[in-house]
Every structure is written in C-alpha cells, then in structure tokens.
Design a protein around this ligand. Structure first.
Ligand SMILES: [Zn+2]
Length: 318
C-alpha cells in the first residue's frame, strides 16, 4: 500500500530535517529567529568568532537539500514548525543558526554565568566565593605555570582623540591615576596601557570618532607573559572543560558596555580576570574586540611599556 498525498506521514519530518542538517554541517541548531537576540546577549562573540557558524535560510535549505525529494515545498513549509529550536522550543521559521561549541551543556554554563553576574554586581569584592569565579582563578593559575614568555614582534597602536594641532609623543601616553577612568580591564584610578594590533581596531574601540583620532605606533622590545584570550585553543590540555573559551565568547567577558553610562557591570568580570592576571604576575592580556569581529586588543599592566622612546610614529587617523 502506498501513501496517497492526502495521508502522507510527517512523523519523521523533524528527524529528516535534523539528519539532513547534520550531513551538511555536522552541527546543531543553536538559535532561531525567535531567540537570536537573547542568544547574542548571552554569547556576543559566538556567531562572529566560531569558524563553522552559519546562518541558514529555511528556503535555501529546502532547495539545496534532499528534503526537496521527500516533501513538496508546501509540505515543507507547513511542517517547519515541527522542527523545534533546542534553545527556546519555538518552531523554526525564516532563518536559524547552526554551529558547535567546544563545551558541553552550554545552557547550564549560561545559567552559571547569570549567577556570576548577579554576585559580581552585588558584592564584587567577594566574587571568589562564586564557584565559576574561583574556577576561573584556578584555571588562570594553571595557565600561569605552563605559559612561555613571548616576543611581541608586531606593531601596536594606541589611539587618543586629541583636539589640537601640536601633538607630542607625551600626549599619547597613558593618563596618570587621577585622570584614569574605569575600563574593561582596569579599575578607576589604576592606569594601564591599552593598545590594538590594527589601526581600525583602535578606531572601533574608541567608538568611531568622526575626527581627530591620533595613533601612536610602537613596538615593545621585551619578553612578556601574556594571557591570550584570542587563541584559547592553546590551553586545551590545561582547560579540559573549555571554560576559558566559554568565558571569552560569553557576555561575562565580551558584552558591550553602554556608551556614556557610568554604570558598567559589563566590565566587572573582565576586571576580575585582570586582577587574577596581575596577582599571578602576567604582564597583560590579549583579548578580542567586541566592537567588530576584527583585530585584537592588548592591555598591559605596566604603563611604561609605552614611552616616548618606543613610539615610532604618530599618525592622524582622520
Ligand atoms: Zn530559538
């Protein structure tokens, strides 16, 4: 007996869909149209930074896959709602996103991050009592013992917006304590040296100023102990659970702070990481830009690593 078109069985529609997805991408649905905004708030760098992340249009997927041999386009569209987003449970429509995290149970980690953010907002000085914070400290301590010093054999850029014509090298140096605001990796009144490895990264990090951005190009001729949050794969043997990778991709380390607001809870956990690193005698941290998915940022705890002698050139960017 054959199925007539009228009583075709769609019981396995979702299974067929997932099997086809798996054969194309060997990855799972991570979020859908319905929960994309919430996902990005929790994992701001995940879609930009993971190498095999795809946004898939449901129409294109039908026409490019074997599903078109199994179902008519109308049947496909009528049954799409049976394919559920594992994140929010909504039926798939329009666009969905697939990729793999290196860590399991990302929804559980998301919950732990939520608790961490609460603790850190309410009692920042006793955040080590939080499980995830103490795990982070222990992890950085392990890395600290296994890490090699590196030569940063590249040009770095430090940007400042300077509304004057006669620019001196001293204008590009980090500010003194009484002019130091809090930043992603420094407490108020504690100057650090922020830099980037691309000119455009400075421009983006300084919120795309329309004019008067000046850049000091410099090199650091010294071996440094740096925590590199941009290539956390190197820590695979130390960081069995890929906690550091989860942190970097998540909102605890990479949420954008609101411009112009004095309240920046997005910086609390990164300053905790910074404190861990200073305590463990790191010279600084390399971290991804959250403004766009391009270029890396550097923070150095010793501000004299930039001085009037190692500035090679000062450029007016715009
Ligand atoms: Zn969803």
């Amino acid at each position: 007996m054959t199925n007539s078109e009228d009583n075709k069985d769609f019981t396995f529609f979702e299974d067929d869909f997932i099997a086809e997805l798996d054969s194309w991408y060997s990855a799972d649905i991570k979020c859908c149209n319905e929960c994309y905004e919430d996902f990005i708030q929790n994992w701001p760098l995940a879609i930009d930074r993971l190498p095999d992340s795809y946004s898939i249009d449901t129409n294109a997927f039908y026409h490019g896959s074997r599903l078109r041999n199994l179902y008519t386009e109308q049947e496909y569209n009528e049954n799409l709602h049976n394919v559920k987003c594992p994140r929010c449970g909504a039926g798939i429509y329009g666009v969905f996103w697939v990729f793999e995290f290196d860590f399991d149970n990302f929804d559980e980690i998301e919950f732990d991050f939520h608790l961490l953010k609460q603790d850190i907002k309410e009692t920042p000085f006793i955040v080590l009592e939080n499980k995830l914070a103490s795990q982070t400290f222990e992890l950085i301590e392990k890395i600290s013992k296994n890490i090699n010093l590196i030569d940063l054999d590249l040009s770095l850029y430090r940007g400042r917006i300077l509304d004057k014509t006669d620019i001196n090298k001293s204008d590009l140096l980090p500010p003194p304590p009484n002019f130091t605001n809090e930043g992603r990796y420094n407490h108020i009144g504690i100057p650090v040296l922020y830099a980037a490895d691309k000119e455009i990264t400075c421009f983006n990090e300084l919120r795309k100023p329309i004019q008067n951005l000046h850049l000091a190009e410099f090199k650091i001729q010294k071996q440094l102990k740096l925590l590199d949050l941009t290539s956390v794969e190197e820590f695979d043997s130390i960081d069995e659970n890929n906690l550091l990778k989860a942190i970097v991709l998540s909102s605890v380390a990479s949420a954008k702070a609101e411009d112009g607001s004095k309240y920046k809870p997005e910086y609390y956990f990164t300053r905790f990481i910074s404190d861990c690193c200073k305590y463990l005698k790191f010279d600084g941290i390399i971290y991804p830009s959250v403004q766009i998915g391009e270029g890396n940022n550097y923070v150095f705890f010793e501000t004299t690593l930039l001085n009037e002698y190692n500035i090679q050139i000062i450029k007016k960017y715009n």
